[in-house]
Design a binder for this molecule. Structure first.
Ligand SMILES: [Zn+2]
Length: 62
């Protein structure tokens, strides 16, 4: 038995599609379709690299 119940509605685009639960930041669970998750993951990745590059620049300037 799984505790996880999916509504089958993507919480981002509100479409009734095949959804999955994904872990977001703060370990929130998000029910997203593949498409929205890809967008979310791309954004997260972009933010990660921005932070990473900013950190590198900070170090280089010290
Ligand atoms: Zn969606």
């Amino acid at each position: 038995m799984s505790e996880v119940s999916l509504s089958g509605i993507c919480s981002s685009c509100q479409r009734e599609v095949d959804t999955n639960l994904y872990h977001g930041s703060n370990s929130d669970k998000m029910e997203l379709c593949k498409e929205c998750y890809d967008q979310y993951a791309a954004k997260e990745m972009l933010q990660y690299w921005k932070d990473h590059i900013a950190e590198e620049e900070r170090r280089a300037n010290n």
